[in-house]
Design a protein around this ligand. Structure first.
Ligand code: FES
Ligand SMILES: [Fe+2]
Length: 373
């Protein structure tokens, strides 16, 4: 374990629009990005629109129940086809401008005054497909031309987090959970500041009173040691029966868990734009949407077993409140840092203490630098 301070990224990595543009190209347009939950695209023609790197993308449920993704660009004169964040296309995607009409599989079906263009080769003017895949009910897209398999991106991260047992995450059966609550936050901070914060416990004792009461290890520097993940989870405090603001167990345990998974918290940043927290009776998934160098939208979902979330009188507030407070505390701290990233004092970056150096300085930065340099 290092004993000295090590540098963070330089200040401009968090503020410079040119670096943000390079990240769009080399990270967001190169990696698989988490864009939507599969169950939000419930029926044929349901769609969402997302910005992915420098591309605007439509993800849609097709006629056979599969998922498709396309660049949100009409092949005629380039209009955006989908003008809202969510849409119901029905059977076809119709351009709002001159009404070229595409099937849910992206094929050009028809265009006004079609008979006057006998030489128009329909096969050449379909929508541009984008790679789409699913893990644990989370839909990812990859706009690069030759994407690696999604599993290749996720597996090493799960392996690292779970100490060589990536399959342990399957026990939460995230794909079969449903959203019981959602909150969206606009954070005036660079996406990496938010993720760095989510990857260190050095701040927990200072800003998260509710969290460290529930999970005391987060404030115990002896236990935290070199700051690497507790691959077997962070245990709850005595008397804390659930990860909730009252600590009372109000929901049944998720059915796939083993004894060793109970009364514990597992959290991880799933790069590039996801944060997953696994708890005994629910799961929390954060989706990060980097908007610009200094703005990130964070969508946070609290997932429950369907038998819980659809039961009469279901009330998620007790569960939601604790991480909602943690979110607010973390995002406030991120916003304390962001404006100072342009300070001359931060030109060469700040410092990571040894506790922060393992996951941020080593694990996270080597990934980031590997893609950026
Ligand atoms: S731009 Fe889409 S039909 Fe003309
Ligand atoms: Fe935090």
């Amino acid at each position: 374990m290092p004993t000295a301070l090590t540098p963070t990224l330089p200040g401009r990595a968090y503020t410079d629009p040119e670096i943000f543009a390079a990240e769009q190209q080399r990270i967001f347009s190169h990696e698989w990005m988490y864009v939507v939950r599969a169950d939000e695209l419930a029926t044929k023609g349901s769609a969402v629109r997302r910005q992915v790197g420098q591309d605007n993308v439509i993800v849609v449920r097709d006629r056979s129940g599969g998922l498709r993704a396309f660049l949100n660009v009409c092949r005629h004169r380039g209009a955006r086809l989908c003008l809202t964040d969510t849409a119901e296309f029905g059977n076809a995607i119709r351009c709002p401008y001159h009404a070229w009409t595409y099937g849910l599989d992206g094929r050009l079906i028809t265009a006004p005054n079609w008979s006057s263009m006998p030489d128009l080769d329909k096969n050449r003017y379909g929508l541009e497909p984008v790679a789409v895949d699913e893990w644990a009910g989370l839909v990812f897209v990859n706009v690069s031309e030759a994407p690696q398999p999604l599993r290749t991106q996720l597996e090493p991260q799960l392996t690292y987090r779970f100490g060589g047992r990536p399959e342990r995450a399957d026990r939460w059966d995230i794909g079969n959970l449903v959203v019981g609550a959602r909150k969206t936050y606009e954070v005036k901070a660079n996406w990496k500041i938010i993720q760095e914060n989510f990857q260190e416990c050095y701040h927990c004792g200072t800003i998260h009173p509710e969290l460290v009461e529930a999970v005391p290890s987060f404030a115990d520097f002896d236990e935290l040691g070199g700051g690497d993940y507790f691959t077997d989870g962070y245990g709850f405090a005595e008397g804390q029966d659930a990860f909730s603001i009252t600590g009372e167990a109000r929901h049944p345990l998720l059915p796939g868990l083993h004894d060793e998974d109970h009364r514990k918290y597992f959290g991880m940043v799933l790069r590039p734009n996801c944060f997953v927290s696994l708890l005994p009776d629910h799961v929390i998934v954060h989706r990060f949407e980097p908007v610009s160098a200094d703005t990130t939208v964070v969508e946070c979902d609290w997932l429950f077993h369907p038998s819980v979330a659809t039961a009469p009188g279901f009330d998620p507030d007790d569960t939601v409140e604790i991480f909602h407070r943690i979110n607010q505390q973390d995002f406030a701290a991120s916003e304390w840092c962001q404006p100072n990233m342009t300070s001359r004092l931060y030109r060469n970056g700040g410092a990571l203490v040894p506790l922060e150096a393992t996951i941020i300085g080593n694990w996270y930065y080597s990934w980031y630098r590997g893609l950026m340099e």
